[in-house]
Ligand binder design. Sequence first.
Ligand code: ZN
Length: 310
Amino acid sequence: MKPAWRIPFAVVGILLLAPLFTAATAACAAAADSPQPQVLIVVGPSQHPPGTHEVPAGARVMEYMLEHAEGIPPVAAEIVDRWPQDKRLLDHVKTVVFTGDIFPGETLPNPEAIKADLTAMMARGCGIVCVHYATGLRAQHVTADGDHPLLRWMGGYFATGCEHHRSVARVVTATLAPAEVDHPVLRGWKAFTFDDEPYWNNYFGKDGPAANVTPLVTTMMPPDAPKKETVVWAVQRPDGGRGLGVVVPHYFRSWRIADLRTLVLNGICWTAQLEIPAAGIHCMLPDLAQFKPASVEPLPPQKPKPKTAS
Ligand SMILES: [Zn+2]
C-alpha cells in the first residue's frame, strides 16, 4: 500500500538531521562561550581529618579566586580529580596546580604516564604549582639520593619518610614573611602570622637550591631553635616555564587570610606567565562553607595520624 503522502528523500534527510546540526551548532557555541581553561587544578587523593587539607574544597577556593581575581581579567580554571586524557587540554593550559596528600603525579593512577605528560608540558614551558602536602614526595618516589623530576620542574620538594633528607611537618604558630627580593609573587601582601603547618627543611637538591631557584617566603623554625626556613620558592626554568612550591595551608580556615590568598594567587598567575599588577592580585571570598569542605574548622582525627603523614 502506498503512503498517502510522499516527501522527497533529500528532504526527509534534512528533516531527520536538522536536530543534530542544531545540537552540534549549540555545542560549538557553548564551547566558544566558555573560555579554555588557562589553569588546570588537579586534586589528588587525601585522607586528612575534616578541616585539614580539604583538597577538593581548597581547589574550589583557588578556582573561585582565579575566576574572581581583582586587578586582572578573570583567569579560567578547571578542576579535575583524575589525570586528563584530553591531550588538547594538556597542550593548552598555561599552568597546572596540584593539591592532595603527596605529589599527585605519584599518587594518581598511572604515575609514569602522568609524569611523561608532565615532561612534555614542562618542555613547552607550562607552569607548575604544588600546594601544601602536594609538595611532598616519599622515599619510594625518589632515587636513593633524592632525585625526582619535581626538583627541576618546581625547584624543590617536601621530603617525607625519606632517608636522604628529612623535612619537618608540625603544626605551629608561624609568621610567613616575604624574602628580601624583588619578585612579582611578593606584590601586594605583607607578612602574616597563623597557626598552620609550614613544612621546613624542605629539599632543594644535594647542593641546596639551584641557581634558578628563588626563596620567596621564609619563616623562623623550629620555634625552639629558629633559623630562616624557605616555605615558598620559585623556579625559572631553562625551558621558559615557571614553578612554585607553597607548603601551606594545612588548615582550610587559613584561606580566610587575605595575604595568603594574594600570595597564592600571585604565585599561580606568575607560573601561568601572566603579568602581576604592582598591587598584587586580590580576591574576597564568600563564607568558606560555600566551598563545601567536610568542615571549615578542624575536627579531631578519626584515627591516629601515621608517623610520616602531615
Ligand atoms: Zn597538612
